[in-house]
Design a protein around this ligand. Structure first.
Ligand SMILES: [Zn+2]
Ligand SMILES: [Zn+2]
Length: 287
């Protein structure tokens, strides 16, 4: 009964062929597995997947879907960056890929002085260089801008699934850069959840931080998941695996968080849209 809608392969920044992941998913008893490598980024073709590789990726996943049709439901997706004026889920190359569903993510917040989009995931000195040169040294302004971009994404070009809503916390281990309980931070998160409600997107509970020991819990963190659930946002658990051994990493912890919050169902792609699946079935398989 296990499922995963967000995963990478060597076509972007993951390790191994798509087929390796399918075989692993079968070994672990997955009923559904969705491939969502990083989509090519038109700006200088700077993405980990190049524009020229998209057709091959699309064909390879399509062939696996056919080949394994009677054993597992495989899905073709992409994790699509939202970069204003550069790309979104409605960019021509994304539409042409005829995906089963889209995952939208913000990984870049504005531009460094050299004109390159600033990835807040980069370690120092790049992380602090971005805060200092783009946001005048204000971490708060940087974080607020991140959430503003997430709201802009779901409002103007809504993906089916919003990726790792609070990914911006990645380098904020032990509150090193800001207090995640500060009023301004709660306000930014709440305003963003409201935009997700308005757009009707699914929100993923991403376990990557757990199995990589980046964070103590999920992206987003448990209290944000609870607030999302209270607002009626539909949820699903994804591993965002980049290696075969991680396809179900952190699932036990994530489903426990959902159970503690009182979530009773998750929403999985069914070939046309997303339908509810009782959480009980997942508890049994992830026990
Ligand atoms: Zn991502
Ligand atoms: Zn990802």
């Amino acid at each position: 009964m296990t499922s995963n809608h967000h995963a990478h392969t060597r076509y972007s920044d993951g390790v191994g062929e798509p087929r390796d992941y399918v075989e692993q998913a079968l070994r672990e008893g997955f009923s559904r597995y969705g491939f969502s490598d990083h989509a090519p980024i038109p700006l200088h073709d700077m993405g980990s997947m190049k524009m020229a590789e998209l057709t091959t990726y699309s064909r390879v996943i399509g062939e696996l879907q056919q080949e394994y049709a009677d054993r597992i439901r495989l899905y073709k997706s992409l994790e699509v960056d939202y970069i204003p004026e550069v790309m979104n889920v409605e960019s021509p190359h994304i539409l042409e890929a005829s995906l089963d569903y889209t995952i939208g993510a913000v990984h870049y917040v504005d531009y460094l002085a050299d004109g390159q989009p600033w990835s807040f995931q980069r370690p120092n000195p790049v992380f602090e260089r971005g805060i200092n040169t783009i946001f005048g040294g204000s971490t708060r302004r940087m974080v607020e801008r991140y959430y503003e971009l997430v709201r802009e994404m779901v409002t103007t070009h809504p993906p089916d699934i919003v990726a790792h809503l609070d990914r911006i916390k990645r380098r904020n281990v032990d509150g090193r850069y800001w207090d995640e309980r500060a009023d301004w931070y709660l306000a930014a998160v709440e305003e963003t959840l409201e935009a997700v409600v308005g757009a009707g997107c699914i929100m993923e509970v991403n376990t990557r931080g757990i199995y990589l020991n980046e964070t103590e819990d999920t992206y987003p963190t448990d209290w944000i998941v609870a607030r999302a659930h209270a607002r009626g946002i539909r949820l699903q658990v994804n591993s965002d695996a980049h290696r075969r051994e991680h396809i179900s990493g952190g699932f036990r912890e994530a489903y426990r968080i959902l159970e503690d919050i009182g979530v009773e169902r998750v929403y999985l792609y069914d070939g046309r849209g997303f339908s509810a699946q009782a959480l009980d079935a997942f508890k049994a398989s992830n026990a």
